[in-house]
Design a protein around this ligand. Structure first.
Ligand code: GDP
Ligand code: MG
Length: 980
């Protein structure tokens, strides 16, 4: 016996039998894999699983373990299709509804996943629902009114392959169609995939609801050179069939008008008979017996469901046992005659009929087996060796463009120009002029620094003046004038330079990387590459080391020259081009006019909250737009489904279904829809696990955190940024491994049978709209939640419990006292020295990007030169207190990326988990992960970088060992019968 599992790539086989029973078999059959159908094995995923096949003219990916139930034989021995009687049914069920135009009517959009329902919904209603080129995007019912018809409500339903539901979102659709009964259905059929889509159509028509079949994607059908005979198809299935293209809007109004007309008339479509003699005979018997017990027009639907023994469907009818027992005799008879089970009989016969329909009405130009462009692209994108590197490169590119190029130019412009202190020049088309401004203002700044250093030295005849730039804190020290002061501030017991204590100098050198035992006498002023430097002599005549001071040599003459450089005026349009003053500068001028003083608290509130807090969050909009543009493109082009295909093997190994990857991909935009997207996962334990792990992929808000930290601490490295993404995937996989070892999650992952949609070129408008929707949501959040939170935080930060304004003495504030209570919690993570770390961490739970706003408000009062980034570095030095500012920042970033998602996502998780107990388990688990990662990274980092060893180092090591144990311990044996 050969099963599909054993078939090599490139072979064509014919299905001879399907083994087993239950949902998997049913799902496989619903997807069109039935007895006698031909399957072409296209390829095997990079890691050997799943297998990609072509069946009934479309592509499907199926896991090897699931393919085992499909018994096949070599060759394409097309069996004779089962004969079908397309006899007509006279059951035109006139409805009681009148044709009153003012009556409110409901029209439902139903169809396979990814056939374009939401696109059509948006087109007809002017709505803005989420469209993505992969199955499983819409998981909730959405409503909207059709433009131009006040009384017509259109409903977008989740996609379904069949009316026998498996997953929660499919149940939504079926329950709605069967129980609530819309006035009409627009059945969207993907014209490029007619055969499988019509399978659902045969079932919808049985519901006895007026139906219009809209054949979508006509633009593609035409481009492929295929031809569909709509008249013929319409005659065969006895309902209107109309060509549309939801994307271009072609034919959509007509289809809607037809549906409205049918709904008003209330004329149900004819319910065509699709089954062969004896089955049709049995169904007729059943229909007769339940006459009067169910609504006339649903009678055929229920009869078939009784034939299928689908108790969920007819259970509610209250039919008596005896009758059902009697009816079952007919079914048993049929089963005997056909040597198959009742469900398979129905599915087989449906597909036989559908094949007839497709053969009769579709003329394909392309021969089966020849490669489409999509196939060719897939040869590279899902190639065994290249797939994973390509995936990594795509993500890297996304962050590269966002963090180091376009996104960061725009963000610098937003932060330093629009929200900066002064303003900005028009770069285009007067680029040369704007560059002149850069040069002139830089020259002026250098001149000022020279003058300042000269004056600080207090020595008329000084010739050597140096600057030491402390990169971490952003401090600039002029030597000799300020060095002693600087050292004194850094090392409290230091005396003046020259007779300063040796240890302090050594400490400074230690920090800069010199050996500890260097004698003070060996330190001298020197030069390196013509620039001044501090020199440390080596031992026993060895070459010493030189530490460049970013200094300069100044003397009276050069300072005179510097004094001659006038301050350039940015508003000098002739010289520098158009000048726009920054929002803060404009506001400042206005405040001055209104007499609001600069150090009044009203002035500070506006500047700190709006420009410091909200402005920071808005400043990341350009980078976020870049990420959203990439996501929009990848989603629409169809790459996301490929990622699921590539990742399935890895995920399966770790007990997660490839299906879990779809919510994770959605999560790159926002965690909330990601959690909702878990509804496509059938098994409850897999759903729970995906909810717990799905939000570890950095979302748009977390991208803002990355966009803030990476330039400040990791010199704009796209590697660090994309590493956060892959760290997310790693956490998901490791977390999955750990959870799978618990009884509540153990067991085989759900079957993964997913369609791979053809690639298509996204429309410009579609991507822009996607990006705009998400960006708008981000900006609205900044204007509401973030604004409110910043105001409250600012007030708490600037007032005492006794409601006295504290000015710059923030340590006296309410917020400081709250932070002081919590800060011990964060001390082991490296940013708990100061209350501010606790405050930034806790407020990030409101919304992840809130932490960027909070940090910027906390860093603002620090006395350092040079804009946001040095402020941030100084803040983390202070939060850390042990000289490991960068490590503390890394730990803070990891903690915020990997602890529970924002409040809204947590609430959603509670709801989707279905119980408070599971909600708490989820949040608790996520907190442990975030805390654990930050703890381990900081403690082990501190051990390696600075040799710090203490109690928490031991905890970190134990934590690593415990995690390894959790990952590698044996999985519990579970009883598959009672797993859910
Ligand atoms: P749903 O899952 O049925 O709601 O499908 P969507 O509306 O999300 O659309 C799935 C994909 O098909 C998206 O990438 C759409 O852009 C694309 N699509 C929808 N209608 C058309 C069409 O008429 N022509 C083309 N070429 N693409 C379409
Ligand atoms: Mg949809």
């Amino acid at each position: 016996m050969k099963t599909l599992k054993d078939i090599p790539v490139g072979a064509t086989v014919t299905v001879t039998r399907l083994h087993g029973e239950g949902p998997l078999k049913r799902r496989v059959m619903d997807m069109g894999i039935t007895k006698g159908v031909e399957i072409y094995v296209r390829k095997v995923a990079p890691l050997g699983d799943p297998v990609e096949i072509t069946v009934r003219g479309y592509e499907l990916s199926i896991r090897k373990s699931d393919a085992e139930i499909i018994e096949v034989e070599k060759g394409s021995s097309s069996p004779k299709p089962q004969t079908t009687s397309a006899e007509e049914s006279a059951a035109e069920a006139p409805s009681a509804a009148n044709a009153d135009d003012s009556r409110e009517i409901k029209i439902a959009l139903a169809g396979d996943p990814n056939c374009g329902k939401t696109t059509l919904f948006n087109e007809l209603t002017g709505g803005n629902q989420y469209v993505g080129n992969w199955p499983g995007v819409t998981v909730e019912k959405k409503e909207g009114r059709i433009k131009g018809y006040r009384n017509v409500i259109l409903q977008d339903l989740p996609g379904i392959y069949s009316l026998s539901p498996y997953s929660p979102e499919e149940i939504i659709t079926r329950t709605y169609l069967v129980k609530d009964r819309p006035d009409a259905i627009i059945n969207i059929v993907d014209g490029t995939n007619l055969e499988r889509n019509l399978y659902l159509t045969t079932q919808l028509l049985e519901l006895g609801i007026p139906t219009v079949v809209a054949v979508n994607m006509m633009d593609v059908v035409r481009k492929n050179g295929d031809d569909i005979d709509f008249m013929k198809l319409s005659r065969e299935i006895r309902c209107p069939v109309m060509p549309i293209s939801a994307l271009t809007g072609e034919g959509t109004r007509e289809a809607a008008a037809k549906a409205i007309e049918l709904a008003r008339e209330g004329n149900a479509a004819t319910r065509p008979h699709v089954f062969t003699g004896s089955v049709e005979h049995a169904i007729a018997h059943i229909e007769e017996s339940i006459q009067g017990k169910v609504e006339e027009r649903s009678i055929r639907w229920y009869a078939i469901k009784i034939f299928e023994r689908d108790e969920k469907a007819y259970g509610g009818l209250g039919l008596d046992k005896e009758l059902l027992g009697h009816l079952d005799e007919h079914v048993v008879e049929c089963e005997k005659e056909m040597d198959d089970d009742c469900v398979s009989i129905i599915i087989n016969q449906r597909y036989a009929r559908v094949k007839e329909l497709a053969d009769a009405s579709l003329r394909k130009r392309r021969k089966a087996g020849s490669l489409t462009l999509s196939d060719k692209i897939d040869r590279i994108m899902t190639n065994r060796i290249l797939a994973l590197p390509i995936f990594a490169a795509v993500i890297w590119l996304m962050y590269y463009v966002s963090v180091t190029t376009v996104g960061s130019w725009m963000t610098d412009w937003a932060n330093d120009g629009v929200f900066g202190d002064e303003g900005w020049h028009l770069v285009w088309p007067t680029g040369g002029k704007a560059a002149a401004w850069e040069d002139d203002s830089a020259a002026y700044a250098a001149a000022q620094a020279r003058i300042e250093a000269f004056e600080a030295a207090g020595d008329e005849n000084a010739t050597r003046l140096f600057r030491i730039e402390d990169e971490e804190s952003g401090t600039v020290v002029n030597y000799p004038g300020e060095l002693d002061e600087y050292l004194a501030s850094k090392y409290a017991d230091a005396e003046a330079f020259g007779n300063i204590s040796k240890d302090d100098i050594l400490a400074l050198f230690d920090e800069k990387g010199a050996a500890k035992d260097t004698a003070l006498a060996d330190i001298s002023l020197s030069e390196a590459d013509g620039e001044p430097a501090l020199r440390v002599a080596g031992d026993d005549g060895e070459d010493g080391e030189t530490f460049p001071l970013s200094g300069f040599i100044a003397d009276k003459a050069s300072v005179e020259a510097a004094r001659a450089i006038a301050e350039p005026d940015p508003a000098d349009t002739a010289k520098y081009g158009l000048w726009f003053r920054s929002i803060p500068a404009v506001t400042d001028a206005a405040f001055e006019k209104w007499g609001i003083e600069e150090d009044s608290w009203a002035h500070k509130l506006v500047f700190d909250v709006i420009f410091g807090g909200v402005g920071t969050v808005l400043g990341f909009v350009p980078q976020i737009i870049v990420i959203f543009l990439f996501l929009g493109f990848l989603e629409d082009v169809g790459y996301m489904a490929r990622i699921a295909f590539i990742m399935d093997r890895i995920f399966h190994k770790f007990g997660l279904s490839g299906k879990s990857f779809i919510p994770i991909l959605v999560g790159m935009g926002c965690g909330v829809p990601a959690i909702l997207a878990t509804r496509t996962i059938e098994a409850r334990r897999d759903r729970r696990m995906t909810i717990m792990l799905g939000t570890y992929i950095p979302c748009g808000a977390k991208a803002a955190i990355i966009a803030m930290f990476v330039p400040a601490f990791f010199s704009r490295s796209a590697w660090v940024a994309s590493a956060m993404y892959f760290a997310g995937i790693a956490v998901i996989i490791l977390g999955g491994l750990i959870l799978k070892k618990f009884k509540a999650f153990a067991g085989d992952p759900a079957p993964f049978v997913m369609e791979l949609p053809a690639y298509h070129l996204p429309t410009f408008y579609g991507i822009v709209r996607h990006t705009w929707d998400r960006t708008k949501a981000y900006m609205i959040k900044a204007g509401t939640i973030i604004f409110a939170a910043c105001t409250i935080i600012w007030l708490l930060m600037h007032f005492t419990w006794g409601l006295h304004y504290v000015g710059d003495e923030l340590d006296q504030s309410i917020l400081a006292s709250i932070g002081n209570v919590l800060k011990w919690l964060f001390a082991p993570l490296g940013f708990g020295k100061d209350w501010a770390g606790a405050v930034a961490s806790v407020t990030a739970e409101l919304a992840k990007e809130q932490s960027t706003a909070t940090l910027s408000m906390l860093a603002e009062p620090l006395d350092v030169a040079g804009g946001t980034l040095p402020h941030l570095r100084a803040l983390f030095m202070q939060l850390n207190g042990a000289g490991l500012g960068t490590l503390a920042a890394l730990s803070f970033m990891l903690f915020n990326l990997f602890n529970p998602p924002c409040m809204v996502a947590i609430v959603t998780a509670f709801r989707e988990m279905g119980s408070a107990k599971w909600g708490w388990i989820c949040v608790g688990f996520q907190f442990l992960i975030g805390y654990g990662i930050a703890l381990v990274v900081y403690q082990l980092g501190a051990l390696f970088i600075a040799g710090h060893f203490g109690f928490w180092t031991i905890v970190a090591i134990l934590l690593v060992l415990a995690t390894l144990w959790l990952i590698f311990r044996r999985a519990p044996i579970i009883d598959e019968e009672h797993k859910d």
